[in-house]
Design a protein. Sequence first.
Length: 288
Amino acid sequence: MSEVVISGLSYTYPKAARPSLQQVSLKLENGAFAALTGFNGSGKTTLCLAIAGAVPHYFGGAMAGQVVIGGFKTAETGICELADIVGLVMQDYESQLVTLTVEEEVAFGLENRGVERPELTRRVQEALAMVGLSGKERQQTAALSGGQKQRLAIASVLAAKPKILVLDEPTSALDPEGAAELYELLYRLNQEHGLTILVAEHDLSLALPYASQFILLADGRVAVDGTPADVLRYMGANRQYACSLPPLWQLKLGLETHFSCFGDWKTDEEASEELSRRLDSREDGKSA
Ligand SMILES: Nc1ncnc2c1ncn2[C@@H]1O[C@H](COP(=O)(O)OP(=O)(O)O)[C@@H](O)[C@H]1O
Ligand SMILES: [Mg+2]
């Protein structure tokens, strides 16, 4: 089943001269791990907001086409109901944190929805466990590290038990180690908890080992939507994306102009294994 179905979505912010999304159609299957990429201004944030229903519910503006999540049309569904289906973690996740302690933060949205104890306590515990923040219930939010604050923002949306988690450029404020840890967490949520994940990401190397689908936006339109290899090959064939390609793929596509297919590497380890295997077999050939 498709968890997210977007058909012919065009959207213009109030007072904007031109649309930020134009004729966007795409699907995320149940259990997909999708990475959304594209240059600044290509519409990634707007598409995240549209999937979560904040566009058009909070922003107003003019929307055509439709977004259906978990079977519900966002335009016809209340924002609270939508939050039970899709959780959105904004790029500036610190601004999403509104209370003093870790446990209050996760409980906040649930209290607003009228969830009562002991269900509330159970959901808070579960959400904190899912992001690895168990034991930090009484800590001050302000005392958490950047990576922990982000995990808290994720726990706060997970407490509503959504099926879909949307994150807008979640690694932009993290160091490389924090970014790698975040992707491991997202992969665990995807594999162990069955969450469908969409992550807007400019650094495709981070998403490549985990993503089942890549979507490239250009100027508010879907330029390519497919497997990571489909999208990376498209980017490799279009000069303006040469610098955005993961270094491994720059090497791979470069090698493929001289040699036949060089395998579907996803990690540095896989790449170096394949290269040494190829070099070994060349050595064997020489000595034979
Ligand atoms: N609140 C807004 N009002 C008007 N235009 C906006 C607003 N937010 C974004 N835009 C415009 O929409 C387009 C897409 O922006 P955005 O979705 O933020 O792209 P990205 O996240 O890929 O950088 C850009 O041209 C941007 O200037
Ligand atoms: Mg953005």
